[in-house]
Design a protein around this ligand. Structure first.
Ligand code: TRP
Length: 362
């Protein structure tokens, strides 16, 4: 069986470090591993509209931002098909049929949707499109026969829902769709990178993000005002690592070689942590180190982004070409689905012949 990746992002803003460690970095590694037969990276504009329907301009503006972030991180259109969800109408058609395979009770139990409903204060006034987006996400994944979906852990309920739909579809209509597997980030700190304010997750609406496109001055400012340990008032005080955002980021990004380069009095992160816990290590020093570490990661991304942004028309062209490739793949899967569902009237010669016999004898 072919190994196929599908994943994507909602274009509601530029991508940030949370996206990078949670998914982007891995995608590029998977792309370059050469182990996958097909890779699809989708800009989920239709999904973004499920809770931004009054704001299509925001979605429209952010498509190019997300595409630039992809290219800047190293996604390569020669190896990965980058495309725009709304350009693949087959996905809507698939969703329509999948809706018959999922109950309202099941959708209500989806923990990610539950939290999102709370965050957006939808209460009873949830748009039906938003409520059913896990079904549309199942279409995104199955249209490409994806075997592997690299995403953050918040997306686990979506993959689970997809697997259930695949299971049910194949059971009812015969083996047609492929059950996908989730591929989570390896490192715990990468699973859920907190915002710079120490709040649960980096999120645009909380204003606690470091963007891949931030300038080095912006990054520095954000790092220097990051949440640390509120009980660590004086340098001599013993510090705590638990919930200390600066150390969580170091867990996600630091490498021994960065110590040699920027903080040679420590061999590695364990030594730095031990000193912090013992007392006598100030936050400013740790933050300056983190800033250097983040610059190592972000500088090449930022520079590539500026390069790519010099030719915007070619990026739209890349997305248009990608959307054509994605569409032909989705068309093929949809045709198989319709066959299995017996809604392929005009392709099925036997049907016409048999009906003919039924009405006219012999
Ligand atoms: N729900 C994902 C997000 O909010 C975006 C997305 C849409 C996606 N369809 C997908 C991710 C299919 C993986 C697979 O970021």
């Amino acid at each position: 069986m072919k190994k196929i990746i599908l994943t994507g992002d909602r274009p509601t803003g530029r991508l940030h470090l949370g996206h990078y460690v949670g998914s982007l970095k891995r995608r590029v590694e998977l792309q370059n591993s050469g182990e996958y037969d097909e890779i699809y990276i989708m800009i989920a504009d239709a999904q973004a509209l499920t809770d931004n329907m009054e704001n299509p301009e925001k979605v429209r503006q952010n498509i190019i931002e997300v595409a630039l972030d992809y290219l800047a991180c190293g996604l390569d259109p020669k190896k990965s098909v980058m495309f725009i969800q709304s350009q693949i109408p087959e996905l809507c058609e698939m969703s329509f049929y999948y809706m018959n395979l999922v109950t309202v009770a099941r959708l209500k139990r989806n923990p990610t949707v539950k939290t999102e409903i709370q965050m957006r204060n939808f209460e009873e006034r949830i748009p039906v499109g938003f409520f059913t987006y896990p079904i549309s996400q199942a279409a995104d994944i199955t249209a490409f026969k994806a075997t592997t979906v690299p995403v953050g852990e918040d997306q686990a309920p979506m993959i689970e829902q997809t697997r259930e739909i695949v299971h049910r579809f194949n059971y009812v209509y015969g083996e047609t769709l492929v059950e996908p597997n989730i591929l989570l980030p390896e490192n715990q700190a990468c699973m859920r990178l907190p915002g710079t304010d120490g709040k649960a997750k980096m999120s645009k609406s909380l204003g606690n993000c470091i963007y891949l496109s931030d300038t080095s001055e912006e990054v520095k400012k954000k790092v220097m005002s990051m949440y640390t340990d509120p009980t660590h008032l004086k340098v001599e005080d013993p510090g705590h690592l638990e919930g200390n955002t600066v150390f969580t980021y170091l867990d996600a990004f630091s490498k021994d070689e960065y110590f040699e380069k920027y903080l040679p009095e420590y061999k590695n992160l364990d030594e730095l942590k031990a000193h912090y816990v013992r007392g006598g290590l100030g936050d400013v020093k740790v933050k300056k180190f983190l800033n250097n570490v983040l610059e190592e990661v972000l500088k090449p991304i930022r520079e590539r982004r500026i390069e790519f942004s010099k030719d915007i028309p070619s990026i739209y062209k890349m997305l248009e070409d990608g959307s054509k490739i994605a569409k032909s793949k989705a068309e093929k899967t949809l045709a198989e689905m319709k066959n299995a569902m017996k809604i392929n009237y005009f392709e099925d010669k036997d049907l016409i012949e048999n009906q003919s016999k039924k009405f006219n004898g012999n």
